[in-house]
Design a protein around this ligand. Structure first.
Ligand code: CA
Ligand code: CA
Length: 258
């Protein structure tokens, strides 16, 4: 996968589909990389910089960088971009429109349509931009996640936070912390005990709202476990014991997983 980052030191990165092998491949002369697109046939990436008013391209390792268009009048504020055949198509906030140009020369810039509001993303839908390829995950029967390594022909099973992989290498077992409860149903996960009996269903199987004392508080409010007080959620884990039984400060050290 490829992505852009808009931090004070903007960059373009590549990484394997499991997040490993992260590498910044473009770090210089880049400010507001709004959009990035892969030309799968030419093995190149294209991006638009809305601060530098440029569209640039490089190969999949960040080498052989080329400027395709550098012209504040032609590309004043690109937002989204896509590629099909020999053309780059993009949206521009200053033009409020959809434009295109030759992807190699950057020439023949044409306004294809104007939009009433600011245009955001743009995608090309065609068989040619979604070529068939083998998906190693399709036969692996992972119960939660299947991730590709940097070798796109190899996948492996893994589990979301709060779970660990079973000995069969496919199934996932819950591994909740002591201040968490296990949520079952269609979206299995671990959640903090803070969300037990707060009047809002956090678990797909509603397990966090079963067998609760009668609610006297509004949904989303924390009901002290002695059922004497209702607290706004901001008062949970704020370091002050607002409940007489301190139950608002009981389950606080573990990070939350929604
Ligand atoms: Ca709840
Ligand atoms: Ca508190």
């Amino acid at each position: 996968m490829y992505g852009t980052d808009w931090s004070s030191n903007a960059f373009i990165f590549k990484a394997a589909m499991d997040g490993s092998h992260f590498e910044k491949i473009v770090t210089e002369n880049i400010v507001w990389p709004n959009t990035l697109v892969i030309d799968q046939y030419a093995n190149r990436i294209y991006w638009a910089d809305a601060f530098l008013d440029k569209i640039e391209s490089c190969d999949l390792d960040g080498k052989n960088r080329r400027t395709i268009i550098s012209d504040p009048d032609a590309v004043p504020h690109v937002f989204g971009m896509t590629i099909a055949d020999n053309f780059l198509y993009w949206t521009d906030w200053t033009y409020r429109g959809i434009l295109r140009a030759n992807k190699i020369t950057g020439k023949n810039i044409t306004v294809l349509a104007q939009t009433a509001l600011l245009p955001y993303g743009i995608k090309a839908f065609h068989q040619s931009v979604q070529p068939d390829s083998e998906n190693p995950c399709s036969t692996m029967e992972c119960s939660q996640l299947c991730l590709l390594t940097n070798n796109s022909k190899v996948g492996y099973c893994t589990c979301g936070e709060g779970f660990e992989l079973g000995s069969d290498g496919k199934s996932c077992k819950s591994n909740c912390g002591k201040n968490e409860i296990y949520c079952g149903g269609s979206d299995p996960k671990c959640i903090s005990k803070k969300y037990l009996c707060d009047g809002i269903n956090h678990c797909a199987d509603q397990g966090d709202e079963k067998d609760c004392p009668p609610r006297i508080c509004l949904p989303g409010q924390f009901q002290c476990h002695d059922n004497k007080k209702c607290l706004d959620s901001m008062k949970i884990c704020n370091g002050n014991n607002e409940c007489d039984d301190s139950s608002d400060e009981k389950y606080c050290e573990k990070n939350l997983i929604w």
